[in-house]
Design a protein around this ligand. Sequence first.
Ligand code: ATP
Ligand code: MG
Length: 206
Amino acid sequence: MKIGVLGGTFDPIHVGHLVIAEEVRVRLGLSRVLFVPARISPLKLARPLTAAEDRLRMLELAVASNPYFQVSRLDVDRPGPSYSVDTLRELRSQIGTETQVFFIVGADALVDLPNWRQPRSIIELCQVVGVSRPGFEGFDPATLDPLIPGASRKILLLDVPEIGISASAIRARISLGLSIRYLVPEAVERYIYEHALYDTRTAAEG
Ligand code: ATP
Ligand code: MG
């Protein structure tokens, strides 16, 4: 069996995440893709994340209509910062040795791989799948090799439909009062407004 793993902060989940997961699933014939929201991101300590339960709830709403997509509490339920190497080890101990794990990372994250915890172990624990992301073109995996020996041989690069959206941009749009319609699934948009997430204007007025 082959499964995909997409980690991230998903603050919030948007169509960019859904498109890359679906594209990789179909192209590689994965039987499911796990969306694994981080509890705390070691790489994003500057800004406090939205409560994990809100991010999980939005993920659940976003993947509900896709039978191949699942949300995992693996990172949220593990104390401390969420290191991918720990996620992959824990997942491996749960699923056994037979299942192949494809760890999906956007080009922006791939560039940063040497700064992650134990990158050499990461590339041993899974098949890394690097996907294209607008603004991060022309990355040569060979540049990783001096820092992570053998990395370029172990990374599969896939060109996926390019969606120029980030969660940061969505948060910024909300705080500016701009529309996020079609950038996130409708149910996620509703959840964001019902729970007044990311609206720094209401916070400033209150
Ligand atoms: P933020 O702006 O808060 O960092 P983000 O949009 O980058 O949010 P993350 O949760 O950081 O979302 O991303 C999770 C994973 O999805 C990362 O591997 C990232 O590279 C990838 N990803 C997110 N958005 C896209 C996109 N539009 N195209 C390709 N990959 C993406
Ligand atoms: Mg990001």
